[in-house]
Design a protein around this ligand. Structure first.
Ligand SMILES: NC(=O)C1=CN([C@@H]2O[C@H](COP(=O)(O)OP(=O)(O)OC[C@H]3O[C@@H](n4cnc5c(N)ncnc54)[C@H](OP(=O)(O)O)[C@@H]3O)[C@@H](O)[C@H]2O)C=CC1
Ligand SMILES: CC(=O)[C@H](N)C(=O)O
Length: 262
């Protein structure tokens, strides 16, 4: 199913999502493209149909709106031809936590986490039942490091990474592949949308280079793909340190350093 199944891509109207759409169309996959900007989706779809002779459906949806999100969930649940979900739609915002308005914080969390997990939850049972398929969650290196200074955005991206790791443990024995992709700064509209001057940022990766690398990881069935990480042993060391910490947790009693007078 995954070789030529339909690919549903969220946030497909620009940037990383639009590039995934182009790459999967080039591979001969039919597509379902999701975003708010219907005109942009239609323009992209027309070009990809013409260039690659694939069938493309458009779902206009604001994934922070429960009704729109439910429609995409229903499509993922009911359309057994969809075998790959690219959970890509996301947004960032500028400023420190105390400068960010509560509603803006909630909107970023709703889009980057709630929509992501609801869509994964909508498709996962069907893929597990079929014994094949893939869920790709677009995280970020910002999710590895609070030091980048984007606490809420980074937390949502840490969520995407953790969720992918957990789902991989649950779903890979059932034949479902789960991938977390962690880009670093990539030249897309996300910066401008977040009120950050892209021209002030040095050394951004071009979006085609990013997505092509993510697809190398996808084809290798890698769980965590970090295209801008040059020494892969750094990730392996981090993961090994995490597992060593977990093996040192003794649930029944506190550690000696917490024993003392109450
Ligand atoms: N560019 C970068 O440096 C990095 C990006 N990422 C992640 O990559 C993903 C894609 O971002 P990128 O391509 O860079 O940015 P873009 O801003 O170019 O793309 C974001 C996409 O998400 C869609 N989107 C935004 N808000 C909503 C919404 N409420 N409902 C539905 N769709 C929405 C946009 O479409 P529309 O406006 O039409 O709805 C657009 O298609 C994000 O998850 C981002 O966090 C991760 C690391 C680095
Ligand atoms: C806005 C950002 O910080 C960027 N998208 C990233 O995740 O690196």
């Amino acid at each position: 199913m995954t070789t030529r199944s339909i690919v549903l891509i969220t946030g497909a109207s620009s940037g990383i999502g639009a590039t995934y759409a182009e790459r999967f169309a080039r591979r001969g996959h039919d597509l379902v493209l999701v975003a708010r900007d219907k005109a942009r989706l239609e323009t992209l779809a027309a070009r990809l149909r013409e260039e690659h002779r694939v069938a493309i459906d458009i779902l206009q949806a604001d994934l922070t709106q429960p009704k729109d999100l439910a429609a995409v969930e229903m499509r993922l649940r009911d359309d057994s031809r969809i075998g790959i979900l690219i959970n890509n739609a996301g947004a960032a915002h500028s400023g420190s936590f105390i400068e960010q308005a509560t509603d803006d914080v909630a909107r970023i969390v709703a889009l980057n986490t709630t929509a992501l997990v609801r869509l994964a939850n909508a498709i996962a049972p069907r893929l597990a039942q079929a014994g094949e398929g893939a869920i790709v969650n677009i995280s970020s290196v910002v999710g590895l490091a609070p030091e980048f200074g984007m606490s809420v955005y980074g937390a949502t991206k840490a969520f995407a990474l953790f969720l992918s790791q957990g789902l991989s443990l649950e779903l890979s024995p059932k034949g479902v592949y789960v991938q977390a992709v962690l880009p670093a700064g990539t030249r897309t509209e996300i910066w401008e949308r977040a009120g950050i001057d892209v021209n002030a940022l040095p050394d951004l990766m071009e979006v085609g280079e990013l997505v092509d690398a993510a697809l190398v990881g996808f084809d290798r069935r890698e769980l965590v793909t970090i295209p801008p990480l040059h020494d892969a042993t750094c990730w392996n060391a981090l993961d090994a340190a995490r597992l060593a910490l977990v093996s040192n947790i003794r649930q029944a009693h506190v550690a000696d350093r917490y024993r003392g007078a109450a």
